[in-house]
Design a binder for this molecule. Structure first.
Ligand SMILES: [Zn+2]
Length: 453
């Protein structure tokens, strides 16, 4: 049935419908409310950005124009500022920024902000894409401030993921499949990937009916990290991509989307076979040129590799030297246990063993399982793809030996306890039988054994 003129657009349809249903009054009211809501949102965002953004004093702690030139940032030339900045940034060799075994533990959080900027200088991104020194510094500082001071998903984790992305590209030689701009975007996205993490996972957001879960249907936190990162770039004083053309900027935002959403481990299992197919095909090829051509001519392949790189970066703590891995694993576990505590107190639910601090002794066994079912594939395939990435796989295997040894010790302990318990039960049973046969009271001896145990 056609009761509307054919050429009427959507606006006309809505108008006819509202008139027909007598909604015009209600509509004005709804529009009014929506406008107010929009304004409230803008004000909240403005307040947030005010407190979040790198302050002039914080900027001067890295880009020391006052101290070195007796001038404000606004009165300096780019050349002068770039010189000051480069003097202030750490030496990549001293901090081992090109190494897979890099550790943030001896480095201060402030030094990590400078190290982050150093990685972009190493990529030559500032010169090539005309990133003003003060914008780079403010953005990196603000990203750091966007991370909450929680047990594991804090700025240190954010930095490590950025540093591993850089190392995969440079030391791992994966850069050859990506343009300079793509590499710039990938490292920037890696730094931002967990920004404003709350220390609880997606399932917790859903179970606690958090507003975030109501806003995003899937990959809840990842979508939030992405939105947050994009909000920072909307502020021109933080937009490190401000001198790109429209097409380049859109490309960067697309890469941010693919890279940050890819850190949802729930999606990792789906992309595994696709990645394996690329590695299989590359292995059969005769020359490096052939492999490069096979990959760079297909955007999908580039994005699958990039998504897997993000997983490799996100889980990289599991590949670090044992002294680092054992410490970081405890931080991860502590954050999980804190969530478990919340599940008990707030949700009145029993947490899963991984998040139950009463089952802390099971950590080594859980780590072995995590290595076998999640991590091994990533680093084994990347090592097969590029032999330069083998140090990550070696580190992983070494950590598996360590965790397995601890898990076996725990197993032995549990077995011994079980046997002791069995023996005790048998003894009690035998004594009880004796007592019944002899008509004696075995009460006191039973309680005595129990006290010993
Ligand atoms: Zn992460």
């Amino acid at each position: 049935m056609h009761f509307l003129p054919k050429k009427q657009g959507l606006k006309g349809v809505v108008q006819t419908l509202t008139q027909f249903l007598g909604w015009s009054v209600l509509n004005t009211d709804t529009y009014d409310k929506m406008n107010k809501l929009e304004n409230r949102k803008d004000i909240a965002q403005e307040m947030l950005m005010h407190h979040l953004k790198c302050t002039p004093q914080e900027l001067q702690s890295i880009l020391k124009t006052n101290e070195k030139l007796n001038k404000n940032v606004d009165d300096c030339e780019q050349k002068e500022m770039m010189k000051i900045l480069k003097e202030e940034l750490p030496d990549p060799a001293a901090l081992e920024l090109y190494e897979f075994h890099f550790s943030d533990l001896p480095v201060s959080e402030h030094e990590l902000i400078k190290s982050g900027i150093r990685l972009f200088v190493e990529l030559n991104a500032l010169d090539k894409f005309k990133v003003p020194a003060e914008v780079m510094t403010k953005w990196m500082y603000t990203v750091r401030k966007g991370y909450r001071d929680i047990t594991y998903h804090n700025w240190r984790h954010g930095f490590n993921v950025g540093q591993t992305m850089f190392t995969l590209l440079m030391t791992g030689k994966l850069k050859k499949y990506y343009s300079d701009l793509e590499a710039f975007a990938m490292v920037a996205a890696a730094f931002c990937h967990d920004i404003d993490h709350r220390g609880t996972n997606n399932l917790y957001q859903m179970k606690s009916a958090a507003p975030l879960a109501k806003l995003h249907g899937s990959s809840i936190l990842e979508r939030h990290h992405l939105e947050f990162s994009k909000t920072l770039l909307e502020d021109e004083s933080l937009n490190i991509f401000q001198n790109l053309n429209k097409r380049q900027f859109e490309n960067v935002i697309h890469l941010f989307e693919v890279a940050i959403i890819a850190t949802d481990l729930a999606l990792y299992f789906k992309k595994r076979t696709m990645f394996q197919k690329i590695v299989d095909a590359a292995e059969q090829m005769k020359s490096e040129e052939e492999v490069i051509k096979y990959i760079i001519t297909d955007q999908t392949k580039k994005e699958i590799i990039m998504a897997m790189m993000m997983t490799g970066c996100d889980l990289s703590a599991i590949t670090k030297p044992w002294e680092v891995q054992s410490k970081v694993a405890l931080m991860v576990a502590n954050e999980f246990w804190e969530q478990g505590d919340l599940e008990r107190t707030v949700l009145q639910q029993q947490p899963i063993p991984m998040m139950d601090r009463n089952k802390a002794e099971e950590l080594p066994k859980l780590q072995v399982g995590f290595i076998d079912f999640v991590c091994t594939f990533v680093y084994k395939e990347f090592s097969r793809f590029h032999k330069e990435i083998t140090p990550m796989f070696d580190g992983l295997q070494n950590n598996r030996v360590q965790w397995k040894t601890q898990a076996d010790v725990y197993d032995e302990k549990m077995k011994a306890l079980e046997e002791q318990q069995k023996k005790h039960e048998n003894d009690v049973g035998a004594k009880k039988a004796d007592g019944e046969a002899g008509g004696e009271d075995n009460g006191p001896s039973k309680s005595k054994t129990c006290t010993v145990l």
